[in-house]
Write a protein that binds this ligand. Sequence first.
Ligand code: AP5
Ligand code: MG
Length: 220
Amino acid sequence: MMNIILMGPPGAGKGTQAEFIKASYPVPHISTGDIFREAVANQTALGVEAKKYMDSGKLVPDDVTIGIVRERLQQADCGQGFLLDGFPRTVVQAEALDEVLVSMNKKIDVALNIDAPIDLLVERMTGRISCKDCKTIYNIKHMPPAVEGICDKCGGELIQRSDDQYDTAKKRIEVYFEQTRPLLDYYSDQSVLINVNGDQGEAVNVFRDVKAVLDNLDRL
Ligand code: AP5
Ligand code: MG
C-alpha cells in the first residue's frame, strides 16, 4: 500500500515528479489543480466557481475541495494506494483528509515535501507550458520540448496556464507560505514528512531521491 502526499510550493515540481511516480508505481495521480483546470475547460459549475479563485492566485474554498477529494478517494483505483498532489493545502483540509482516511481504515504513508528557492519557483512557473491533451509538463528554459509548441509524447498543443502570469505566480507563493507551509509541522508531528531537494539540475535527479524513499516504503 502506498498512500502518498506530494507537498511543496507552486513550481517546486510536484506535477513533474508525479509523472515519474505514476510511471513506476501503481498509484493514481490525484491533482486537485488538474481537477479544477479540467472543470474550467469544460465550463462546469465547479469550473466557473474555481476559476475566480485560481486566476487571482487564491485557494478554492475548503468545503468545495474536500468534497471532491473525499469522493475521488472512494473510487476503486485507489485500492492499492494514491498519490495526492496539491491536496491538502490548509490545516482544515488535512484534518478532513485524516477523517476520511480513518473512515476507510487507511493512513498516509509518506508526505513528500519537494522544495526549491523562491526565485527559481517564479522562473519555473512563468516558463511552464503543458500539453493541452495529455497534460505533460515542460519548461521553456529548463525542460523544453523537442519541437517548439508541440508535445513530445502525443503531438498535442503546448499551452501556458492562466495562473502562471508573473503577478499571479507571486501571489500563489505568498498564499502557500501563509496557508500551506504550516502543514509541514502537521505531517512532521505525524512522523510521515520527508523533505526532498527539488533543485538538483534535472527533474530525473530529484526523482532518484523520491524513488529511494518510495522503494523503502514498499518494503515496510
Ligand atoms: P496546482 O495546480 O496544484 O498548482 P500549484 O500548487 O501552485 O503547483 P504547480 O502546479 O504550479 O507546481 P508544481 O509543483 O506541480 O510544479 P511543476 O511540476 O508543474 O493549483 C492551482 C490552483 O488550483 C491553486 O492556486 C488554487 O487556486 C487551486 N487549488 C488546487 N488545489 C487546491 C486545494 N487543495 N485547495 C484549494 N485550492 C486548490 O513544475 C513547474 C515547472 O518547473 C515546469 O515548467 C517544470 O517543467 C519545471 N520543473 C519541474 N521540476 C524541475 C526540475 N527538477 N528542474 C528543472 N525544472 C523543473
Ligand atoms: Mg502541479
